[in-house]
Design a protein around this ligand. Structure first.
Ligand SMILES: [Zn+2]
Length: 141
């Protein structure tokens, strides 16, 4: 949870806010907007930009927060520790630190894939050797 209280009322839960449009069939959430459930039962949309306290009643269109974002934070910074908003619609929406983290994960994954590919090739060779030994050379193609 990134916000503890709104106008003195405690925040009970923070939920991502889905966008109306999906990206390649995947639902997308706003990265800079969350819906907050308050202790008094109210729900508000909150701007997640670091240091900003802007909220808008959740019974109002989310476009109000989008307009706020465009005017007050055109640079696009996301509050540190913001709720995971799901995969971004575009890498350009991500802070550089997140792009670097994803690149590191991709590099680790490709290293593991290369390691497992080597093991798979070695296992195939051992299987083929075992098959040849079991069937005799006549049993091979
Ligand atoms: Zn804001």
């Amino acid at each position: 949870m990134t916000v503890l209280a709104v106008n003195g009322v405690a925040v009970i839960a923070e939920k991502p806010v889905p966008m109306r449009h999906s990206f390649k069939g995947l639902p997308q959430n706003f990265r800079r907007i969350a819906k907050l459930l308050l202790a008094n039962g109210d729900e508000v949309f909150a701007c997640l930009v670091d240091g900003c306290e802007y909220t808008s009643p959740a019974d109002q269109p989310v476009e109000r927060v989008m307009q706020h974002l465009g005017k007050a934070h055109p640079e696009g910074k996301v509050r540190r520790g913001a709720a995971d908003a799901g995969p971004p619609a575009d890498l350009r929406d991500l802070p550089l630190r997140e792009v670097y983290r994803l690149a590191q994960l991709g590099l680790q994954a490709s290293t593991k894939i290369a390691e497992w590919r080597g093991r798979a090739v070695a296992a195939e060779k051992r299987l083929e050797d075992g098959r040849r030994a079991f069937l005799g050379e006549a049993g091979t193609k």
